[in-house]
Design a protein around this ligand. Structure first.
Ligand SMILES: Cc1cc2nc3c(=O)[nH]c(=O)nc-3n(C[C@H](O)[C@H](O)[C@H](O)COP(=O)(O)OP(=O)(O)OC[C@H]3O[C@@H](n4cnc5c(N)ncnc54)[C@H](O)[C@@H]3O)c2cc1C
Length: 285
C-alpha cells in the first residue's frame, strides 16, 4: 500500500505528503488561516536501533527547518519509532537529543501515547526528559481507567498534557468500552486540566465535547490563550474554521512521510463511513 501510487493518493486525505518540504508548505498555509501545527514524521515500531537513529535525525532536521522557516509549529512523535521496543535507554537518548534541541530553539516535543503496553514507559521517559530540559509534553487517553491519576501527577509536575479519547483497541480490564464512559471521562479530565494543567491541549473532533470545553473555560473565566484545541489534518474542516472564527486557539496534527499505513488505518477504523469513501474513491481512480 505504502509504495503504490493509488495508495499514496488515498492517503493524501489525512497525510500532508511524503516530504518535509511538503509538510512545511501545509504548515505555512494553515498558519495563514490562523492555525498552528504539530508535525509528525510517520513511522512507528521500527525494527532496529539504526532505524530509530535515522528517525531521530529526521526529527532533528524537522526542528531546525521549523525554526529556520519561521512557521508556527512544533513536533509530535511516537516512542516506538525511537527504539522503545529494543532499549528504553537508547530511546531516552534519541528523544533526549530532540527535546534538548527543541528547548534550545524555543520549541516543543509532544510525545504521543500508543497502546496501553507503553503507557508506563512513555510517562517515565517524558517525566525524566521534562526534569532535564522542559520543552516536552505527553498525551493522555480518556478511555484508560488509570488516566485521572496520571493527569493529577502530570499537573503536579507541570508537564503539559494533550487530552484525547484514545485510538487503540484495548482490553476491558484497562479501558472503558462504551462511548458514553469514554466521553464522561474526557469531560472529567478536561475540567481537571483546565483547572490545574499547564496550557492543556484538548484534542477532539467531537462537537459536544468541544462545546463543553468552551463552556467550562468560560465558567472559569479562562482567557482563550490559556489552552488550545487540537484536531487532525483532514478531519472536520467545518469545526476547525468555526473555532478559529470564534477566536479559539487551534493546532492541527499534520503527519507526513512514507510510512503512513498504520496511521491511515487508525483513521479509517475511527469512522466506518471512511471505508465507504475510500472504496468509492478506489473505483473512481
Ligand atoms: C491532535 C490529536 C492528537 C491525537 N493523538 C493521539 C495519541 O497520541 N494517542 C491516541 O491514542 N490517539 C490520539 N488521537 C486520536 C484520538 O484518540 C481519537 O482516536 C480521534 O481523535 C477520534 O476521536 P474524537 O475525539 O474525534 O471523537 P469521535 O467520537 O471518534 O469523533 C467525533 C466526530 O469527529 C469526526 N471524526 C472523528 N474521527 C474521524 C475520522 N477518522 N475520519 C472522519 N471523521 C472523524 C466525526 O464527525 C465524528 O462523529 C489524537 C487526536 C487528535 C485530534
Amino acid at each position: 500500500m505504502e509504495t503504490s501510487s493509488l495508495g499514496r493518493r488515498l492517503a493524501t486525505r489525512f497525510v500532508a505528503g511524503e516530504t518535509l518540504d511538503g509538510a512545511l508548505a501545509v504548515g505555512r498555509a494553515l498558519n495563514a488561516e490562523g492555525i498552528t501545527v504539530t508535525l509528525d514524521h510517520l513511522g512507528e515500531s521500527v525494527t532496529s536501533l539504526e532505524e530509530a537513529a535515522a528517525a531521530r535525525d529526521v526529527y532533528l532536521r524537522t526542528l531546525t527547518a521549523i525554526h529556520d522557516s519561521g512557521i508556527q509549529a512544533n513536533v509530535s512523535l511516537k516512542l516506538t519509532q525511537f527504539g522503545l521496543d529494543f532499549s528504553f535507554e537508547q530511546c531516552l537518548s534519541n528523544v533526549g537529543q530532540l527535546v534538548e534541541r527543541a528547548a534550545g530553539l524555543n520549541s516543543f516535543v509532544r510525545v504521543d501515547m500508543e497502546s496501553s503496553a507503553y503507557t508506563d514507559r512513555t510517562l517515565e521517559l517524558v517525566e525524566t526528559l521534562h526534569a532535564r530540559h522542559g520543552a516536552v509534553g505527553v498525551v493522555i487517553q480518556s478511555y484508560l481507567h488509570r488516566s485521572k491519576q496520571d493527569v493529577e501527577k502530570l499537573c503536579t509536575r507541570g508537564i503539559r498534557v494533550r487530552l484525547c479519547k484514545g485510538a487503540y483497541l484495548e482490553p476491558h480490564a484497562v479501558a472503558f468500552a462504551a462511548k458514553s464512559e469514554v466521553d464522561r471521562s474526557f469531560v472529567e479530565l478536561m475540567r481537571l486540566l483546565l483547572e490545574k494543567g499547564d496550557y492543556p491541549a484538548i484534542a477532539t473532533h467531537d462537537a459536544a465535547l468541544i462545546e463543553q470545553t468552551k463552556a467550562y473555560a468560560a465558567q472559569r473565566k479562562l482567557p482563550s490563550d490559556a489552552f488550545e484545541f487540537q484536531m487532525l489534518y483532514g478531519i472536520r474542516r467545518d469545526l476547525q474554521r468555526k473555532l478559529v472564527a470564534e477566536g479559539y486557539r487551534l493546532r492541527l496534527y499534520v503527519p507526513f512521510g512514507r510510512a503512513w499505513y498504520p496511521y491511515y488505518m487508525r483513521r479509517l477504523a475511527e469512522r466506518p463511513a471512511n471505508v465507504f469513501f475510500m472504496v468509492r474513491n478506489l473505483f473512481r481512480q
